[in-house]
Write a protein that binds this ligand. Structure first.
Ligand code: PEP
Ligand code: MN
Length: 381
């Protein structure tokens, strides 16, 4: 239930209503303001009791039932302006959910320090506003490359210092949330973890935005209820990601649910981005899916990019080369303009610290597309 207070209601009246509603235990309140009035969302399983008591209290204008099972994620408690804008990174950083599209790019897995710095410089130069890279990888086979863990986290933090790009990486285990949050600007919860409720609760406790990917067999409602777990723990910064769902169609790795973008935008105030890489599973499908996503109203993209896709240790088939990513960004501009959006571009402030000499040296070795001029030839996977 939602309690709308009168425009002239006093702070004492607001406190009185909250105390009454919360008094019985089992119900928490959450207050937003629409400019003139306070609106109290009652969260819990004792709504009926709360309604019975609250209707007669001083200062109350009206009671409205919840329209959706997700409360904080739903539109009834949307912030002023109707949409949540999530800020990413400290300082100037980047943002998503406003007029500017957020493009996150980088390798599926962090495979080493040089390849990460090389990719970071390349995608930043092409206009990405954030860097992705997996340190802990959820792999279908226990024998597949599982990521480089803490070393990868340290290189991600170094890549941020060198380029100014905020970094996004996946957290798989509730026990690693703090460690990952120390190194990354955004915590990714992957498709396979979308309903790992202890993990959702744990990322709900930290002060880092959460990139929540839709489970491969999850409905839109289930995605929004997963987001609700994070919001209910006190973290308001959730970015939703449509990354394709499993269907009977084997021509693509998943089926990009384009309709989910406008559906989500109608259901929630949270930003919605699209992952065309995992959706299609093929590098040649990334650009058309990305353009479709932007045309359908997505707030941004997360794209896999590798300097030498043929030798990638995970998801090489769907990874763009640095030149391919630069081409994608050029092709995106008219779609962004048609959707009334601007492209963010790399951080105007450049590197966050004085570049260490080895990073400067590495940048000197980058060729036209940001690829290392003296890179080893691609090895067969
Ligand atoms: C990834 O981003 O590399 C990843 C594993 O994505 P998803 O969880 O969407 O499969
Ligand atoms: Mn991947």
């Amino acid at each position: 239930m939602i309690i709308v207070m009168r425009s002239g209601a006093t702070a004492a009246q607001l406190d009185g209503v909250r105390e009454q509603v919360e008094g019985g235990g089992g119900t928490r309140t959450y207050v937003v303001r629409d400019g003139v009035r306070a609106i109290i969302g009652c969260l819990g399983d004792a709504d009926a009791l709360a309604e019975h008591r609250a209707g007669t209290l001083p200062g109350v204008e009206s009671l409205t039932p919840w329209r959706t099972p997700y409360r904080l994620a739903g539109r009834q408690l949307a912030p002023p302006g109707g949409r949540t804008v999530v800020r990413i990174g400290d300082g100037p950083g980047a943002s998503v959910g406003g007029p500017t599209l957020l493009v996150i790019a980088g390798p599926c897995s962090v495979e080493g320090r040089d390849m990460l710095l090389e990719t970071a410089c390349g995608v930043g130069r092409a206009g990405a506003a954030a860097l992705r890279g997996g340190a802990f990888k959820p792999r279908t086979s226990p024998y597949a490359f599982q990521g480089l863990g803490l070393d990868a986290l340290r290189w991600l933090a170094e890549a941020r210092r060198a380029t100014g790009l905020p970094v996004v990486t996946e957290v798989l285990d509730p026990r690693q949330v703090e460690l990952v949050a120390e190194h990354a600007d955004v915590l990714q919860v992957g498709a396979r973890s979308m309903q790992n409720f202890p993990l959702l609760a744990e990322v709900g406790r930290v002060r880092r935005p959460v990139l929540l990917k839709r489970g491969m067999s999850a409905t839109v409602t289930e995605l929004l209820l997963a987001a609700e777990y994070v919001l209910a723990r006190g973290n308001p910064d959730v970015i939703l990601c449509e990354r394709g769902i499993r269907t009977f169609e084997p021509a693509t790795r998943n089926t990009l649910d384009i309709a989910a973008i406008p559906v989500l935008r109608g259901e929630t105030h949270l930003p919605v981005i699209v992952d065309p890489s995992h959706a299609g599973g093929r590098a040649d499908l990334v650009a058309p899916l990305a353009y479709a996503a932007i045309a359908a109203g997505a707030d941004g993209l997360i794209v896999e990019v590798h300097p030498r896709p043929a030798s990638a240790r995970s998801d090489g088939d769907q990874s763009l080369s640095l030149a391919g990513f630069a081409e994608l960004m050029r092709g995106l501009a008219p779609f962004a303009a048609a959707a009334g959006r601007a492209l963010a571009g790399p951080p105007a402030h450049g590197p966050l610290t004085n570049e260490p000499p080895e990073v400067r040296a590495l940048k000197g070795r980058l060729g036209r597309w940001g690829v290392l001029k003296d890179a080893p030839a691609a090895e067969a996977v």
